[in-house]
Design a protein around this ligand. Structure first.
Ligand code: FES
Length: 164
């Protein structure tokens, strides 16, 4: 297992310390760690378990139960493609294939260069815009025929490559 860097450990300690004397479940702490680090490393689960007087297994169970939590580090940019029925019928799989080809990220994985994560999601409640893609929280409708979605990914890729 890869060790966390000191900054990440310090960030986990800060978040846990902030919530140490607050009653209630550890879910708020998990949210903060996820927002701050982009994922929930095992070390965070251990520290949260100690701070909330629970077991690591219980914290792990919560992390696994809620789909918004992830134990894997995400890429710098997170791309979601809806694979709900309406989006699937309108070509979401083709969209996934295009994103994979452009970024090198597998579905529910991260590109080898660490720039992009690609997540398949369930219905986002925007079926009228099918197929729907999201980049870093920004929603793109009709993403197969309208080039905005793929163009936005292309632009991010170029910018990241330029910055290296
Ligand atoms: S199926 Fe994709 S938004 Fe509903």
């Amino acid at each position: 297992m890869e060790r966390l860097n000191a900054a990440s450990i310090a960030e986990i300690d800060r978040i846990v310390a902030e919530h140490r004397n607050q009653p209630g479940p550890c879910i708020e702490i998990l949210h903060e760690v996820q927002d701050s680090l982009g994922y929930i490393p095992f070390e965070a689960m251990e520290k949260i378990a100690v701070a909330t007087d629970t077991s690591v297994a219980e914290v792990y169970g919560i992390v696994m139960f809620y789909s918004q939590f992830t134990t894997e580090p995400k890429g710098k940019h997170v791309i979601n493609v809806c694979l709900g029925t309406a989006c699937y019928v309108k070509g979401a799989q083709q969209l996934v294939d295009r994103v994979q080809n452009m970024t090198g990220a597998e579905v529910n994985g991260t590109s080898p260069d660490g720039i992009f994560s690609l997540d398949a999601t369930r219905c986002l409640g925007a079926c009228g815009l099918a197929p729907v893609g999201i980049i870093d929280g920004k929603v793109y409708g009709n993403a197969l025929l309208d080039n905005s979605f793929m163009n936005a990914i292309r632009k991010l890729k170029r910018a990241e490559e330029k910055a290296r």
